[in-house]
Design a protein around this ligand. Structure first.
Ligand code: GNR
Ligand code: NI
Length: 169
């Protein structure tokens, strides 16, 4: 297991459209385990592979409460098959945009298909924070970061603050 460096804006790597995973094997599971360890250490509730420089359609999440047992989740080649018309606003953050937050509107619910840790096909209906988080992570797979939804002014301010944070360590 290893903690991997997390790429931050404005690194152009984050704009990559990630490629589908071809085979779910032990090498991929090792990457997913490292991603989960990296996410827990950050700490965060989700992490897409591109955030650690791997352009694969793969993400990990854990939405368990702080005092509850861990609930690691792995989503390989996720595809959204339905979204609700109703939207929910959530004050989002991102490990690739540290310490910056903004209200983002997204569909309140969505349905998705994906492969699990064992490469088995799965489907589910996401609501609440789960729906918000999965859509935030799916955006990463398509090269989109939540600040891309903000005005140019707000986006540039966020990028400038992140650059300063990174520079100051
Ligand atoms: O840790 C994270 N918290 C979060 C809060 C609101 C909406 C989305 C997220 S995901 C984020 C981790 C991250 O950057 N995932 O890509
Ligand atoms: Ni993010």
């Amino acid at each position: 297991m290893a903690i991997l460096p997390i790429i931050t804006v404005p690194d152009p790597i984050l704009k990559t459209v990630s490629a589908p995973v071809e085979v779910v094997d032990d090498d991929l599971r090792a990457l997913m385990d490292d991603m989960l360890e990296t996410m827990y250490a950050a700490p965060g509730i989700g992490l897409a592979a591109i955030q650690v420089g791997k352009p694969l359609r793969l993400l990990v999440m854990d939405l368990a409460e702080e005092d509850a047992d861990p609930d690691p989740q792995y989503y390989i080649n996720p595809q959204i098959t339905w979204t609700s018309d109703e939207l929910t606003t959530y004050n989002e953050g991102c490990l690739s945009v540290p310490e910056q937050y903004a209200d983002i509107d997204r569909p309140s619910e969505c349905k998705l298909t994906y492969l699990d840790y064992d490469g088995k096909e799965q489907a589910l209906h996401a609501t609440g924070l789960f729906a918000t988080c999965i859509q935030h992570e799916m955006d990463h797979l398509n090269g989109i970061v939540f600040i891309d939804y903000l005005s140019t002014l707000k986006k540039n301010m966020a990028v400038r603050k992140v650059k300063k944070l990174v520079k100051e360590g």
